[in-house]
Design a protein around this ligand. Sequence first.
Ligand code: ADP
Ligand code: MG
Length: 682
Amino acid sequence: MNPNLNQSVMALKGIGEETAQNLAEMKIFSINDLLEYFPYRYDDYSLRDLAEVQHDEKVTVEGKVHSEPSLSFYGRKKSKLMIRLFVGRYLIKVVFFNQPYLKNKLIVNETITVTGKWDAHRQTITASEMQSGPNGKIKDFEPVYSLRGKITNKGMRKFIYLAFQQYGQSIEENMPISLLQTYKLLNRKDALQVMHFPKNAEDVKHARRRFVYEEFLLFQLKMQALRKFEREHNPGISQDYNLSKVKEFIKCLPFPLTTAQKRVVNEIMTDLKASTRMNRLLQGDVGSGKTVVAAIGLYASVTAGFQGALMVPTEILAEQHAQSLNDLLAPFQVRCELLTSAVKGKRRREILADLSNGEIDILIGTHALIQDEVSFQKLGFVITDEQHRFGVEQRRVLREKGENPDVLFMTATPIPRTLAITVFGEMDVSIIDEMPAGRKSIETYWAKPEMLDRVLSFVEKELAKSHQAYVICPLIEESDKLDVQNAIDVHTTLSHYFQNRFKVGLMHGRLSSDEKDAVMKAFSVNDIQVLVSTTVVEVGVNVPNATIMVIYDAERFGLSQLHQLRGRVGRGSDQSYCILLAAPKSEVGQERMRIMTETNDGFVLSEKDLELRGPGDFFGKKQSGIPEFRVADMVHDYRTLEVARNDAARLIQSKAFWTSPEYEYLKRQLEETGVLEGEKLD
Ligand code: ADP
Ligand code: MG
């Protein structure tokens, strides 16, 4: 950057120490900071036809004063000034509160311009601003800055104006000209100028495009550089698996793989074989068959002489995975063991010993897997299920239990593509976008809580067909007493309702894992027909005979979570149902319920979820990992994000990027983040 722009804002004539201090509170120190401090919105003062203005909307009109102003005082120091104004073909009222001095400026038959809030019912504008004469051109479209201290919007505009006047010549381009030309983007100086002094919304849009692209390109360059250097600095292990054994294993599965499963298996096998380390995200909707794919990968790794680990977020899920992997792999002389906090004493010591001497091939468990006492003899392949529930740190610890093992992250919460390539930009992404044949789609209904009786008789009909039912009560935090109470209450109500016709079980996070286990077992062998539960059943649980799910207070869940929950039914060959009991008050809440009844596609739902909730809320508060962009918006600018990603990937691989001065600025930005030394971004 031109050194002139790095000077303190005090270099500007008209900015003294006090102003500089106020600006510092806004993190504006240098002249460049000032130039890059963009308005957060623009007020449109262009004239509009009142017929098109909504009630309560802010509007600017130009008109002829029709009546002598009437001024009245009330209260202490309060006043109301009123005139009638001819605006085009309308005669409206304009009121000014507490500005009695304007009276002399309101002269009958003279033209004035007024800005204020339009009350369509009373045909009145409550004015916030007034100027004599027709609408001044400068005021058509005004940037509004977010401000601190004593700085006013007008002042801010003046400072920026001064900055352009004194240092405009020093603004240099930093982006490669070729990219600007390709996308017809404004050069840096013009774009900055337009952001601060636009004529209209179109102008802003055009200038903004440049900064959005710049921001995304830099971000994606970091991701791509990280990926490149991770690969170069951390050579992985090339796993020389036994292909014919793997093929035999696939042949013995009780079903043929779907095309999507085959594709993903191939991607995983290629990664295992390669000498670079696998760093892959596998996305697939609930029930799309990720577990089988994981089993094939783990088996391949075992035939290459390595151990594997599968880490999942809950004990129930760990037990289920251990069970299903064991069913699949035991016939092939693969030893799978389960390690959770419930495994104690002698048994635990045995497992730990057998693990470190290599007698256990695959270890399945919860967080327990990443404790210090757990050591593998030769860990080659690590899979985490529902990866976003584990923090970045936990993922790293697990990875470091072996020497650069291959890593696969699985998730059943489809992540919208724009988020996936942002948050997981340094990973490869595999997608299972096809359901095994013969699945019936789940029919989803939205019912108001007062329809509970009808809902329950519908449930009863399913139970009468020897099917089973889930009843889900909201649980936001496992420790939340109220929510557990909620499940307990529903359990009591339903036990009473179904009397001795059907047995109702209860499951929540407060139960010990033995108790949970007992309830789950009873449900899976149909000793219990109705399972009232908090969201602990959310992931992975598999009871194909359950064909109906009722979700209480469904509006309290996000779309992705509702979809996850719903995935517990529809696992067998019978038609399944999901009933959302909800009385959402907001438009958005109602929209969410409607979407749930309309689609079973997890990717569609996740896109909607992102749209309705925004990126910040998408992953929940705990671990977002979502970068903050200054100008860009991941949801609305996703097309640009894709373009920038492709460009970044291409640039990182190109020779020109590393040699040509055209890319100097971009490279320097990468250097500043440490990516070029192979340091991690997270
Ligand atoms: P996910 O882990 O993606 O939710 P699972 O791996 O648990 O899905 O698979 C859900 C069910 O579908 C399991 O009962 C599994 O055995 C079965 N399944 C998996 N792949 C296929 C397939 N290709 N054809 C038929 N059934 C399959
Ligand atoms: Mg699964």
